[in-house]
Ligand binder design. Structure first.
Ligand SMILES: Nc1ncnc2c1ncn2[C@@H]1O[C@H](COP(=O)(O)OP(=O)(O)O)[C@@H](O)[C@H]1O
Ligand SMILES: [Mg+2]
Length: 543
């Protein structure tokens, strides 16, 4: 025990201390004094065989007068006869710093007459550098007159114990760190006392200041989101009172004092029961899974979006397939139907000429009527072929400057309007000219007007209005017809979409293509039983 480094001025201190020694101190019945022991041999035998190191130091120099076997063993030498300052060991505090002389247990017991127990462990280093951790206690010894003339020191090798304690502390630190990183807190709950012990991280998860005890049941329940309280109550009732289950695992939300809502995953189980098998101690782990839940929700959303995208894409592919089929059909029709149709038209023209020049008769008039009907039907077939081909082939508009104020009424006059329908064209007086393809425009208007007329079998009004609107010039066709049912609305521009027994379902698909090929857009509004409006908007010419 080396007081060697720490005791350079021990002598002077000792002198001071000597003055301070209380002369009136009397030994009490339990005090031990070397020369009070009657059976010295017996005592020595005990001292030599106990597992602790025992050492006696005497005044005035602080010389070691007795050291038992364990002392010699631990010191690696026999200190007997040596003064404290000459002992060949060094003594450090646990932080590695030399322990000051006046703090040494032996010094305090011998010169301050203090009884020292439960002092912090010290590190003792042999002359050969070997170290061990010692737990030291010391007590003054009194002579017959009650004077403290010596001190006894007892010490143990506490290296293993301290190391275990340190390892424990370290693993506790690691656990704390792991809990912080994983946002996990653990707790123990003593049912009868309604007392909870919470880990630091659990307090943090709940937005509370770490304390000795966690909140009691009432305070804990108050933190639970009102919508989740009943479910948790049920689970805990089954666990605590009904004995239905000894384990539970669930998610719930808490509302922290700062208003933040966090989602917690909880795993809890009964750890101890009393004699009546009633739960006494429950343990649990709570994990803050707010972020994880948020990511899960986002992932779910993305998955849904992805599914929608896939659906859309599939539909697009199907449409593309359909279009390809339409294209092929259109090609075939152009070649296999239009050519014979042209021949028929030619023959019809010749027959008509022949008939027209023949003398007037009932037969002539009947034939002329029939030929007229044939001509109408051929026109109808021609329209279908044109629609189909327009839909399938790439469009190349031939743009010319158009004044809609004149063109629209002109085009409307070519449409065959039944007597029970009133058709009007209204135009703004001043209207900028547009760059449009006249053939396209005609096909657009004829298609829209035809649809409008077909929607008014019992008559009505067809209005075509042209007006300036912002950067556009718009053409509106409005009818007072049957209207478009909601379920048909999303499909009206699809090719082959028709609600008519003799319809082809190409009209609006073609109209949309023709409008867009000229840089325009088409929209519509419709109400069943009220009527329908289609609005085409073309950008003005920028001069
Ligand atoms: N003005 C309208 N009023 C009511 N329904 C209409 C009107 N225009 C178009 N529709 C609806 O849109 C469908 C598609 O029109 P369209 O493409 O021209 O094909 P089709 O006229 O051959 O049926 C029609 O069958 C009809 O149901
Ligand atoms: Mg149509």
């Amino acid at each position: 025990m080396s007081y060697q480094k720490t005791l350079p001025n021990i002598k002077s201190k000792r002198e001071t201390r000597k003055v301070n020694v209380k002369e009136d101190k009397t030994p009490n019945s339990t005090s031990v004094s070397c020369d009070l022991v009657s059976d010295k041999e017996g005592l020595k035998n005990i001292l030599e065989n106990i597992p602790s190191a025992v050492m006696v130091i005497e005044k005035p120099e602080g010389k070691v007068t007795y050291a038992n076997k364990r002392t010699i063993e631990l010191n690696g030498m026999n200190p007997c006869g040596l003064e404290l300052e000459n002992l060949a060991v060094k003594i450090y505090n646990l932080d590695g710093k030399i322990c000051p002389t006046e703090e040494l247990c032996t010094y305090r017991a011998l010169f301050k007459e203090e009884t020292v127990r439960n002092a912090p462990p010290l590190i003792i280093e042999h002359i050969n550098g070997k170290r061990f951790i010692a737990n030291v206690s010391a007590k003054p010894l009194y002579d017959k007159e009650g004077k403290a003339t010596a001190a006894v020191a007892i010490f143990d090798d506490a290296t293993d114990r301290v190391k275990i304690q340190e390892a424990l502390k370290e693993s506790e630190e690691r656990l704390k760190m792991a809990q912080t990183i994983a946002h996990v807190g653990n707790w123990e709950y003593y049912v009868k006392e309604d007392r909870a012990i919470w880990s630091e991280e659990l307090f943090r998860i709940f937005g509370l200041k770490p304390q000795e005890y966690g909140p009691n049941t009432n305070d804990y329940v108050a933190r639970i989101h009102p919508q989740d309280r009943e479910a948790i109550n049920k689970i805990m009732e089954q666990m605590l009172f009904k004995g239905v289950t000894s384990k539970a695992s669930f998610d719930y939300r808490i509302i922290r004092e700062d208003g933040l809502i966090r989602t917690i995953h909880s795993e809890r189980m009964i750890r101890e029961v009393d004699n009546d098998k009633k739960p006494e101690r429950i343990v649990g782990v709570e994990q803050d899974v707010t972020e994880r839940k948020q990511i899960e929700r986002k992932l779910e959303e993305h998955t849904k979006n992805l599914e929608k995208l896939v659906d859309e894409r599939t539909k697009q592919l199907k449409d593309a397939e359909r279009l390809a089929t339409i294209g092929q059909t259109a090609g075939m029709i152009g070649h296999d139907i239009r050519n014979p149709l042209q021949a028929i038209v030619g023959e019809l023209f010749l027959i008509k000429q022949d008939v027209d020049s023949s003398p007037d008769s009932q037969y002539k008039r009947n034939t002329q009527e029939s030929l007229g009907t044939i001509q109408e039907q051929i026109d109808y077939v021609n329209k279908i072929i044109s629609d189909l081909q327009d839909y399938a082939r790439p469009l190349k508009p031939e743009l010319v400057e158009v004044d809609l104020r004149y063109v629209i009424p002109q085009l409307l006059s070519t449409v065959n309007v039944p007597n029970n329908i009133k058709a009007v064209a209204e135009c703004d007086k001043k209207l900028p000219k547009l760059n449009l393809d006249l053939t396209f425009l005609k096909r657009i208007l004829v298609n829209l007007a035809t649809n409008a007329i077909q929607a008014m079998p019992n008559g009505g009004k067809l209005t075509i209005r042209t007006f300036e609107e912002g950067d556009n010039v718009s053409i509106l066709t409005a009818d007072t017809g049957v209207g478009i049912p909601e379920e048909v609305k999303p499909k009206v521009f699809q090719p082959l979409m028709t609600t008519k027994s003799k319809g082809q379902g190409f009209g609006l698909a073609v109209v949309k293509r023709l409008v867009e090929a000229q840089g325009g857009t088409i929209t519509f509004e419709s109400k069943v039983g009220v009527g329908t409006q289609f609005k085409i908007a073309f950008p003005k010419i920028i001069k």
